[in-house]
Design a protein around this ligand. Structure first.
Ligand code: URA
Length: 187
């Protein structure tokens, strides 16, 4: 499947009830280059739903700020979410909504073949690392699954709510940058 085919399919998805209230399907943003980094958040908020682009609100600004400060290059990462449609009132997406949406993320995974997948927050970690994953336990840890490494850090919205998480958030992202730089040197 090509990106064009995938995006056309995603835009008309009706696999779960979130399609009833969405304004836009929020597919992803960033580099479509192969073998880079895939960041995965939870689901679109109000701004993302309006604009059809992930992480464009306050949490997104913090994420962009951190990635720029740590010198991640725009051509080296793509940002998506576990669910592509906004849960009403920004509630946490239900398990069945995540399950219904995961085939879309799987398709993005096939198109991107990421070297590193970074879960941002608990919803992504539970869906991508393990259903019992707790962010405080898995953050900064590395899990190798079929040649792709998975790791996790706090969701930027959690960092906005709790300044104390900022140091760990930057530290985890710095580790991602270092791991990616090493991967590129080996390639
Ligand atoms: N929070 C998320 O998890 N994803 C977004 O796209 C925006 C906020």
């Amino acid at each position: 499947m090509t990106w064009e085919e995938f995006e056309a399919q995603a835009k008309i998805c009706r696999a779960c009830g979130l399609c009833e209230t969405r304004r836009n399907v929020v597919i992803g943003r960033g580099s479509k280059n192969l073998n880079r980094i895939l960041f995965v958040g939870e689901g679109p908020g109000e701004n993302e739903d309006r604009q059809g682009v992930p992480f464009v609100g306050q949490a997104g600004r913090l994420l962009d700020l951190a990635l720029n400060a740590l010198e991640f290059l725009p051509e080296d990462y793509y940002i998506a979410n576990i669910v592509k449609c906004r849960p009403p009132q920004n509630r946490i997406p239900a398990d069945d909504e995540c399950e219904a949406c995961l085939p879309l993320l799987r398709q993005q995974f096939l198109l991107l073949r990421p070297a590193i997948v970074v879960s941002l927050g608990a919803v992504a970690a539970k869906n991508l690392i393990g259903k019992d994953a707790k962010i405080s336990n898995v953050r900064g840890q590395w899990f190798n699954k079929g040649g792709t490494v998975f790791t996790a850090t706090y969701h930027p919205a959690a960092v906005l709510r709790d300044e104390d998480k900022k140091t760990d958030f930057y530290y985890d992202l710095k580790q991602v940058k270092t791991a990616f730089d090493e991967y590129r040197k080996r390639k």
